[in-house]
Design a protein around this ligand. Structure first.
Ligand SMILES: [Zn+2]
Length: 230
C-alpha cells in the first residue's frame, strides 16, 4: 500500500468512526432502562411540569434513534390515569416523550375493570413503580356528576354509568355555590380513584411488597401547574 492509498484509507476510517460514534452515542444505553423508583419518578414528573409551566419544554425522547430502541420493548417509569379531556395531555404537561409514561385516559379519570387491568399490566409486567391519578380543574365529567344531582338528566346508559362512578365523590355543603362544589368534587374524585386502586388485591400487594406508590395529583388548567398529593 502506497502512502496516498494509506492516507485515503485512514480518512475513510475516520469518517466511518465519526459516523458510528455519532449514531451509537445518540442511542440510549443500558443505563436508560434502569428501574426508576417511585420517588425519582415523582421528581421527574415535577421537573418536567416545571419546564412546561416556564415555557421551556425540551420535548425529550422523540428522535428516530430513541423510538427505534422502543420497537421491541418499553420501560415506562410512571403510570398516568388521567381524564380524556383534550386540554389535559400528560406527555405535554410533564414534558415527556415516547416510552416514558404509560397513560390511561378516560373521562373523569374513573376506575373500572379495564382501567385496573391496564394499570396492573404496567405494574406487573413493565415493573413501573409509580401510579398517578390526575384530576384537573373544569372537569366536564365531574361537572356532569354534580349537575346530575341537581336536576334530572337524560343521558345514554353508558354516560349515565360513568357519571354514577363519579357520584360518590360529589357532596354538597350548605352555603357552597356550584363552582365550589365542582372544584371540591374534582379533588374528591381523585381520592376516590386512588382508594379504589389501593383496594385491588394485586395492586395492594405491589404497594406492600414491591415499593409501588399510588398517588393523586391535580392539574390546574389556568397555571399549568400539577400539584401532587404525596
Ligand atoms: Zn375531565
Amino acid at each position: 500500500m502506497n502512502l496516498t492509498t494509506l492516507v485515503k484509507c485512514l480518512a475513510v476510517c475516520g469518517i466511518l468512526s465519526t459516523l458510528c460514534f455519532t449514531t451509537i452515542s445518540s442511542i440510549p444505553t443500558e443505563r436508560s432502562w434502569e428501574a426508576v423508583d417511585s420517588d425519582s419518578a415523582i421528581k421527574r414528573l415535577a421537573e418536567g411540569n416545571a419546564r412546561f409551566v416556564e415555557g421551556e419544554s425540551i420535548h425529550p425522547h422523540e428522535a428516530f434513534a430513541w423510538r427505534s430502541n422502543l420497537e421491541n420493548e418499553q420501560h415506562p417509569w410512571a403510570v398516568l390515569l388521567s381524564c380524556s379531556d383534550s386540554r389535559v395531555p400528560p406527555e405535554l404537561i410533564f414534558d415527556q416523550g415516547f416510552g416514558d409514561l404509560f397513560v390511561i385516559r378516560v373521562a373523569g379519570n374513573i376506575v373500572d375493570t379495564d382501567v385496573i387491568a391496564s394499570i396492573e399490566y404496567a405494574v406487573d409486567y413493565l415493573d413501573t413503580k409509580l401510579v398517578v391519578v390526575m384530576g384537573h380543574t373544569h372537569c366536564g365529567a365531574v361537572t356532569a356528576a354534580v349537575d346530575s344531582e341537581l336536576h334530572e338528566a337524560h343521558e345514554p346508559a353508558e354516560i349515565t354509568s360513568l357519571v354514577h362512578r363519579i357520584q360518590p365523590a360529589v357532596a354538597f355543603i350548605d352555603g357552597e355555590n356550584r363552582e365550589e362544589t365542582i372544584k371540591r368534587s374534582v379533588s374528591n374524585n381523585v381520592e376516590l380513584s386512588v382508594s379504589r386502586l389501593k383496594e385491588v388485591g394485586d395492586l395492594e400487594r405491589a404497594l406492600e411488597q414491591r415499593s409501588v406508590k399510588i398517588i393523586g395529583a391535580m392539574y390546574d388548567m389556568h397555571t399549568g401547574v400539577v400539584s401532587f398529593d404525596d
